[in-house]
Design a protein. Structure first.
Length: 131
């Protein structure tokens, strides 16, 4: 990244590098890497929000993770990126279930399933989201 800094915010590179940092015990550095995506275009911002959600989940902060995933879903809806919106809503639902908030978990999973059905998101994903 020292030679070509723009690669750090290139599509999936940001998440992969950040998770490498997480696995290396450098969660704070990963948080900073993921945070770089928040000031970018909406699709990149959604990726950063989702990555921050994964980091929060990794650290057991389910409700914080759910907020990041829900933010990512809303950002993706604004860009009409329905697969990303459904995936992020499903992730929010799953971590809310881990937090013991069954009602909100179901609401997020229903939202994910609605996006999937309404916008022809892969049927296998729709089944996963509707659990």
């Amino acid at each position: 990244f020292a030679l070509e800094g723009s690669l750090l915010t290139y599509v999936y590179m940001n998440h992969q590098y950040g998770m490498t940092l997480v696995h290396g015990g450098q969660a704070d550095s990963a948080r900073a890497v993921f945070g770089r995506m928040l000031s970018r275009a909406p699709n990149d911002r959604a990726r950063g929000q989702r990555s921050l959600g994964f980091l929060e989940a990794w650290e057991g902060r389910w409700r914080s993770a759910a907020r990041w995933f829900a933010d990512a879903s809303r950002t993706s809806v604004g860009e009409q990126q329905w697969t990303s919106a459904a995936r992020s809503a499903a992730l929010a639902g799953n971590v809310l279930a881990l937090a013991g908030d069954t009602a909100q978990a179901r609401a997020q999973l229903r939202t994910a399933a609605q996006y999937a059905r309404a916008h022809d998101v892969d049927v296998r994903f729709a089944r996963f989201a509707a659990v």
